[in-house]
Design a protein around this ligand. Structure first.
Ligand code: ADP
Ligand code: MG
Ligand code: MG
Length: 646
């Protein structure tokens, strides 16, 4: 989830007093870093995925499934391997917010070889098996965006109790014991976000209204120890959640790309931005929260609300007195501005920023768009500070910059090179929800990586006004969005250097373009005479390349999955979970996911993941692709667009 500093966390009062100190030095650190690294050239494409896992404990006798709070124990063992052989391991493991979560990445990033698409899934399988080996009897590692009964009574193993009147979360539902305890960062963030905000976070998702769902749907929160605050925070006809764990306890699938230089990174950052809502809808996997079926398909608004540290003044509920700005978005949200010259005219929402910081960055020779971006990140206060890290050498350290950067959890992240490292300018793609199987996760990863190559090689332009990307983010989360919603998209994405699929040539300028609304099917698969489709574009790119038979076969299976999800021929995970619950014999058409339904659902998911249970609705048939762990030397060919040479 970001920077893990060593040492003792400061209280919120102490942290608050140091907010300006962190900002001041963070900006200086960024300026120094920028001066050192802005001209860095020639980095090659490298990329890697991050997969988050939950650990689930089944009780087959009582037919229950609970989250297992053993992450720190498991990580101790996983991390020992890395300590013993830092460069030789095939996987890296990191803690995540919850005590039932772990995050795994490949041991080394992948590179610019097409054949690497053949090893992604194998590495994901390896990671899963590696973690699974450390599970106890009836304990299973799963890739599921949200544990359906998270926050419902008795959802943890061992049993724990929420503490509404004390501790970090003070939640009616989510116990502090379910927060990862191997590092103080997570509980500290939880406490400080709540204290900064001045109240608990409040997340309300519309309930899915079924035949027997009470109307209005109003829960008796007193049974959980609720008070006046929760009574007013909980909206009728909504599923109410009151803790950081409801969002940060969800799992996602992220991707990081290295660009050849800062300009290419800025271009990729922008071009991937309009794809965030599209990929969110396509990967939607979270329709059930706190044991209740909701009318949304994805986690995004939950996680956004779960770390919303804005005060009442900042949320515009009270006139500004102690705070500087009314801030329209949570620190976990979609990005507010493009970074490349092409995007400048499409930055049509206010990019709140501190004028003095902006000026300081400009005076240091940083251009308007980048200065605005950094000054925008720096409207936030630090919400987690460690005593040992307060005083730093701004020439060398970047911790204060990273502190603010890593607690701006946006759809895209622009990552400068770390100090003293061979790593270049990178961008991170953060909207996707994690899927049940390694096959699906690998398919999404390879699809997005290929898209970046197509964007760079064909110099495609996907940019639409940022306000429309925000509108798409809202639509992407709705129940059934993947087939029911239309999304704003650029109609003419091609430029003069683009491929044969181009219907007409458009110079990179705004004059000859316009935006329209497409279904995801049209965006992915194309619309005759109007839009080539992302998968056809990828295929056109691949057809010009020497692809070995194995890689070709793997990639085609992945692209097929994406295409069939987009067309609605296959269900999204969210759609499938919804159908499973509604068809369960115990389901009473009242939106409630009981212990038994939860157990059967998770056990089925486990079966699908291992391949013991076929699930054609989700995967089609023959979903297991042939992947390899190593790439034979005969297949080691770079693919174009993998370096600055184009
Ligand atoms: P964060 O949590 O800050 O997003 P992680 O360290 O968890 O970052 O994950 C970084 C991802 O970037 C991993 O998938 C890793 O394989 C990948 N990666 C590592 N080095 C590079 C690089 N030089 N270029 C691109 N990706 C990289
Ligand atoms: Mg990570
Ligand atoms: Mg990440």
């Amino acid at each position: 989830m970001g920077l893990l500093s060593e040492g003792s966390p400061l209280s919120w009062e102490e942290t608050k007093k140091l907010a300006d100190h962190v900002r001041k030095h963070g900006v200086i650190q960024f300026i120094n870093l920028y001066k050192r690294l802005r001209d860095r050239q020639g980095d090659i494409l490298k990329w890697g995925d991050e997969v988050e896992y939950i650990m689930v404990k089944f009780d087959h006798e009582n037919k229950t499934a609970k989250v297992s709070l053993r992450a720190s124990e498991v990580l101790n063992t996983l991390n020992q391997k890395e300590k013993d052989d830092p460069t030789g391991v095939k996987s890296l493991w990191r803690p995540e917010y919850a005590a039932y979560m772990i995050e795994g990445t490949p041991g080394k990033p992948y590179g610019g070889m097409l054949a690497h698409f053949n090893v992604v899934e194998a590495n994901m399988k390896y990671r899963r098996e590696e973690a699974q080996q450390l599970m106890k009897k009836n304990e299973v590692v799963m890739t599921l965006t949200n544990f359906p009964r998270l926050g419902a009574p008795g959802f943890t193993d061992p049993p724990t109790k929420p503490t509404p009147h004390e501790g970090a979360s003070r939640s009616l539902f989510f116990p502090d014991d379910a927060i990862y305890d191997g590092h103080p960062r997570f509980a500290t963030l939880t406490r400080n976000i709540r204290e900064r905000r001045g109240s608990k976070v409040a997340i309300n998702l519309p309930i899915y209204r079924d035949k027997n769902t009470p109307q209005p749907f109003v829960e008796d929160l007193n049974q959980y120890g609720g008070d006046a605050q929760s009574a007013s925070a909980a909206l009728p006809d909504h599923v109410y959640m009151d803790a950081m764990g409801f969002g940060m306890g969800c799992c996602c699938l992220q991707l990081t790309f290295q660009a050849c230089n800062i300009d290419e990174a800025r271009r990729l950052y922008d071009q991937l931005t309009p794809l965030c809502p599209i990929m969110l809808a396509l990967t939607a996997a979270a329709p059930v929260f706190r044991g209740l079926v909701t009318d949304v398909d994805a986690r995004w608004n939950v996680i956004s609300g779960s770390v919303d540290c804005r005060t009442e003044e900042e949320r515009g509920l009270k006139p500004l007195k102690d705070n500087k700005f009314v801030i329209p978005k949570s620190r976990y949200d979609s990005i507010s501005s493009y970074l490349s010259p092409l995007g400048e005219k499409l930055n049509d929402i206010p990019v709140l920023h501190d004028g003095a910081i902006y000026q300081q960055l400009r005076d240091a020779g940083i251009d308007h768009l980048l200065a605005q971006h950094v000054a925008h990140l720096f409207i936030r206060d630090t919400v987690s500070l460690f005593s040992e890290k307060v005083h730093q050498d701004d020439e060398e350290d970047t911790d204060h910059f990273e502190n603010i950067q890593s607690t701006n959890w946006q759809t895209m992240r622009f990552k400068p090179p770390p100090p003293n490292s061979p790593i270049g300018w990178r961008v991170e793609f953060r909207p996707c929800e994690v899927q049940i199987t390694d096959f699906e996760n690998a398919a999404i990863v390879c699809f997005v990586v290929l898209l970046t190559r197509v964007i760079l090689s064909y110099q495609l332009n996907f940019l639409i006004p940022i306000s429309l990307v925000d509108e798409n983010m809202k639509r992407a989360q709705k129940n059934g969005a993947v087939t029911k919603e239309k999304f704003w998209f650029r109609k003419n994405i091609t430029t003069c250097v683009s491929p044969p699929a181009a219907t007409s040539c458009c110079k990179i300028s705004d004059d000859c373009t316009f935006y329209t609304q497409f279904t995801i099917d049209e965006i992915i698969n194309g619309k005759a005479g109007e839009f080539p489709g992302l998968v056809p574009l990828i295929n056109s790119y691949l057809s010009g390349m020497d692809v070995d038979a194995d890689t070709h076969c793997t990639v085609q299976q992945y692209l097929k999955l994406i295409q069939r999800r987009a067309s609605g021929e296959l269900l999204t995970t969210a759609g499938w979970v919804r159908d499973f619950v509604r068809a369960h014999p115990d389901y009473r058409q009242d939106s409630v996911v009981s212990e038994r339904i939860n157990y059967d659902l998770l056990w089925r998911i486990h079966g699908i993941q291992t391949g013991e249970v076929q699930c054609p609705e989700l995967l089609g048939t023959n979903a297991q692709s042939k992947t390899r762990e190593d790439i034979p030397s005969a297949m080691r060919k770079d693919f174009p667009g993998a370096s600055c040479s184009e």
